[in-house]
Write a protein that binds this ligand. Sequence first.
Ligand SMILES: Cc1ncc(COP(=O)(O)O)c(C=O)c1O
Length: 454
Amino acid sequence: MHGFHWHQNHLHADAVPVAAIAEAVGTPTYVYSASAIRQAYERLRAAFAPLDPDLHYAVKASPNHHICRLLGELGAGMDVVSGGEMERAWVSGCAMRDIVFAGVGKSDAEIRAALDGRYSPLREVAERFGAGDPVERGPVGLFNVESESELAAIARLGSELGIRARGCVRVNPNVDPETHEYTTTGKKENKFGVDADRIVELFDRWRDDPGIELVGLHVHIGSPVPKVQPYVEAIEIVLRLIDALAARGHRIDTLDLGGGWPVAYREGEVPPLEAYGAAIVPLLEERRRAGLRVCLEPGRSLLANSGILLSRIQHIKEGKDKTFIIGDAGMQTMLRPALYRAFHFVWPERWSGEPPTWCETPEVDGLAPCDLVGPICETGDFLARDRPLPPMEQGDLVVVFSAGAYGMSMASNYNDHGRPAEVLVDGDQARVVNERQSLAAILETERSPRLLDL
Ligand SMILES: Cc1ncc(COP(=O)(O)O)c(C=O)c1O
């Protein structure tokens, strides 16, 4: 059970019928189940328990700060990839020391704010978000450094501010994670990390720098990683590097294994998380006992199956070979199918049969081939293509499953649609944790042209 189940012919999130949520806040709307998030968190923790890892939630997966807060209450730190995500994590109650800051394009302004809260862009308004004075907050716990140029920038700013930042260098191990080419991050042709054969000289060169202390290695090879073996290969490479660094007198206390831990978008399509734990724990257990701190950065594995997207059918169009179901959610709401041709299981909200198997062709009588599409003027605007679906009518609700990660975070205003609402369900309570964006809000920044005084 993913926190979502059919009861008396209607889909429920925990104890709440999702149709009632759609009635109350409209569509398209993302609905998250707090119980599913908690369950996913505990499952991941259990899979790696012998390593007692520090879990840093990858905020990019689903950045709503109430979701961050929920994960923070479970004990998670946060993994962020921009100054904006860092401020969001801090506003959600995460201590700066529990934040790891990755991302290939950190600007000076972002690095300054990560080191010293006087430079926070929220300095004047933090109180409005229930946060304290950023001046008091201290530096981030760890920078995951992606290049020597970035390393130099952090070192320079750290020295300027009189703060010695802690950094891990992200290793590019040149390992194929066997995932979509756009989410492959650990091969030599990708922009991420430093080539493995340059790591030792880099540590040597920056040894004793007053602005940054290099304390470990980071590796994130892709997302999702549907097999265990690429992790094993990448870990073997970074362990050899750790030994080489130790032999040269570098003190390496942290190994961050990144995210990419998979979830099943189709039933049974990936090994269970426990299989990843079973293969990885033995590689690291002894080093953990010797004091190496292990970090993980899960995003998708905590959120994907903890959220759904509700779309209301606007029109149904009978094509020659298939039916087009035109909902109010499209690529502006959920980009993954258009961007990666990602598979999401879709099904009507009202359903009286056995729960269907999540796959391309469920074995259910009376299905007809359909495309579930959105309102956007692009042929690539689809959520599901060539899928057998039960008969549905104009005004019905259709559900996109596994929508909790990289759904809302990639939503846009394309074709001037407001970003959708977000609702977090906990037991029998449902809270709007993000109001639907109004057209007035979209137009606001264009309201009055400002003459530049150049
Ligand atoms: C550096 C880093 N860490 C963690 C993640 C989270 O990955 P996932 O959501 O697959 O766990 C990503 C995602 O791309 C990432 O780039």
